[in-house]
Design a protein around this ligand. Structure first.
Ligand code: AMP
Length: 297
């Protein structure tokens, strides 16, 4: 929120956060800010925003003059049979949350604005994308890298903000920016949780009351794994096995993966020496949830 210049004292006019749907409008706004010497932070999201997204926006606001939030359910990162159509949407509530968090602009494009009919260029990665979520979601990270590259080209931010909740995604984006010399600072932000420990996620809305209780098994496994490591366990397989055993006690839970990997390469490790990521994806009923913790390096 800002006040317009040349307005008599006491008569401040609030300029509202803008919501735009076209690339041209984003470019025009950013050009205006750049002419004023202002820095720009970007928070890419798929909407149905919660406190986790809000924490990214607040960090972005601290570190930049202007914050752009993109809200785009990116079809390219959803596989066949995944939840593209049912993914929750609520632009009215999202707009209020962005405005409260100090965002200056929401970019809310339609898929046609991002992908014209002859679209045929992609950003892909051979290494970090193959394990963990990449195993069951083989095209997911190609969609993520492509859309994030496009957003970077459209917004040209100084910094972009991503959650540690999607730890593999964060590592991939960091690598993409390094490999392709994008010159954008990537800021990772901590996982925001519900009071009982469940990591906040737009997909939590899919859970029935019974599933919501069962979903606590993810954060309990994270807590157990972290405690084992803090108590000196160096054997990664033992940590993972203990976490698996805990999750398997929950009848509504079905493990996709629980893995300990190197925090930069995402390759499996057997020893905990610092800098590892211990990550999991677990189906609770039909809903696939993720959670993780990082071992300090
Ligand atoms: P999404 O809308 O799910 O694509 O998420 C947009 C961004 O918000 C990503 O960088 C996520 O990692 C981040 N995010 C989602 N949930 C959380 C959370 N509980 N805590 C912190 N960041 C989050």
């Amino acid at each position: 929120m800002e006040s317009r210049q040349n307005v008599p004292a006491g008569m401040e006019i609030k300029i509202k956060m803008k919501i735009v749907e076209t690339i041209a409008e984003v470019r025009a706004q950013v050009k205006e800010w750049r002419a004023q010497g202002l820095s720009v932070g970007l928070v890419p999201t798929m909407g149905y925003l919660h406190e986790g997204h809000k924490s990214l926006m607040e960090e972005a606001r601290k570190e930049n003059d202007k914050v752009v939030v993109s809200i785009f359910v990116n079809p390219m990162q959803f596989g066949v049979g995944e939840d593209l159509e049912s993914y929750p949407r609520d632009m009215e509530r999202d707009s209020a949350l962005c405005e409260n968090a100090g965002a200056a602009l929401i970019f809310h494009p339609q898929p046609e604005e991002m992908y014209h009919k002859d679209f045929s260029s992609f950003v892909d990665m051979n290494t970090l994308t193959k394990g963990l979520c990449g195993k069951t979601r083989p095209i997911h990270f190609r969609g993520v890298c492509t859309v994030v590259s496009k957003l970077f080209n459209i917004v040209t931010p100084d910094k972009a903000f991503f959650g540690q909740k999607d730890a593999q995604q964060l590592a991939i984006i960091r690598r993409m920016v390094l490999d392709l010399s994008m010159g954008i600072e990537i800021v990772g932000c901590p996982i925001i949780r519900e009071a009982d420990g469940l990591a906040k996620s737009s997909r939590n809305t899919y859970l029935s009351a019974e599933e919501r209780k069962a979903a606590l098994v993810l954060s309990r496994a994270v807590k157990l794994g972290r405690e084992l490591v803090q108590n000196g366990e160096k054997n990664a397989d033992k940590v993972v096995d203990a976490m698996r055993a805990l999750i398997e006690q929950e009848p509504l839970a079905r493990i996709d993966y629980v893995s300990a990997v190197d925090g930069l390469t995402m390759l499996p490790v057997h020893e905990i020496n610092g800098g590892e990521l211990v990550a999991m994806a677990v189906y609770i009923g039909k809903t696939r949830l993720i959670d993780n913790f990082s071992v300090e390096g």
